[in-house]
Design a binder for this molecule. Structure first.
Ligand code: KIV
Length: 272
């Protein structure tokens, strides 16, 4: 456990709401596999998201649209085995909840039953309110996601900042209030002006989690490959890299190749 997080108790949706109430910022990262999730959990991260960004960073697609519910379940099962303390939230992928509320509930139940996740995340506001209501009525906690919602990239046509216009900002505020009223326990705000994220965060009693939405949200989330510097070619303004794993891994692999070619690996000590 990290020195920063001394509280070993399991993070629950209720505790996240309490953290907001007392002004403690919420830390959240994505993870898609057992080994990385196990490090993040031991470091004391509050929330681990099995994001559908797996479609990009794990599977190499250019959008989050292709990943399936079965594939998301596979990633979430791997992460679940590692996570003891953090709240584990899993994305419902594109196409698994937008059709109708019955389909949405079936997808949410599959995710919860087959992975042991603590909660699910869905993108959108008013358009998916029936599905949100139905999933919540089955006792499944939901995190909302507003602003730049990557599953709608074909509608937006760009990954630029959302809700700069008054009408879109107004709709986002209404959607956030609606998601809270329906019973969501938190909302990710992606790539919107910091001032708007501040206004939304002050209006709500449930926590907001920012990715590219500035410092006034109740917590922050980053995609693990981005913050660890595994991706070299993704440098949005909001991203802070905490490591340069691309270089570390490249150096290690080049060194290994050299040692194998030279016959320096394995040595006698490394042999039986
Ligand atoms: O899929 C994902 O990684 C996400 C985060 C960007 C919040 O939804």
């Amino acid at each position: 456990m990290s020195t920063y997080t001394e509280d070993n108790r399991k993070v629950t949706t209720q505790r996240l709401i309490e953290m907001k109430r007392r002004g403690e910022k919420i830390s959240m990262l994505t993870a898609y596999d057992y080994s990385m999730a196990s490090i993040f959990d031991k470091a004391g991260i509050d929330v681990i998201l099995v994001g559908d960004s797996a479609s990009n960073v794990m599977a190499g697609y250019t959008t989050t649209l292709p990943i399936t519910l079965d594939q998301m379940i596979w990633y979430a099962q791997s992460v679940r085995k590692a996570v003891k303390r953090a709240l584990l939230c899993a994305d419902l992928p594109f196409g698994s909840y937008q059709g109708n509320s019955k389909e949405a509930l079936c997808s949410a139940i599959r995710m919860m039953k087959e992975t042991g996740a603590d909660a699910i995340k869905v993108e959108g506001g008013r358009e998916i309110s029936e599905s949100v209501e139905r999933i919540l009525s089955a006792g499944i906690p939901i995190m909302g996601h507003l602003g730049l919602t990557p599953q709608s990239i074909n509608k937006f046509g760009t990954y630029a900042v959302r809700a700069r216009e008054e009408s879109e900002a107004q709709k986002l505020i209404e959607d956030a209030c609606l998601l809270e009223k329906l019973g969501c326990f938190g909302i990710v705000l992606e790539k919107i002006p910091a001032s708007l994220a501040k206004e939304v965060s002050e209006k709500l009693t449930i926590p907001t989690i920012s990715i590219g939405a500035g410092p006034y949200a109740d917590g922050q989330v980053l995609v693990m490959h981005d913050m660890l510097g595994i991706n070299k070619n993704f440098s949005p303004r909001f991203l802070r890299r905490y490591a340069d794993l691309y270089s570390v891994i490249m150096d290690a692999v080049e060194h290994y190749i050299k040692d194998v070619k030279n016959g320096d690996f394995p040595s006698e000590k490394e042999s039986y």
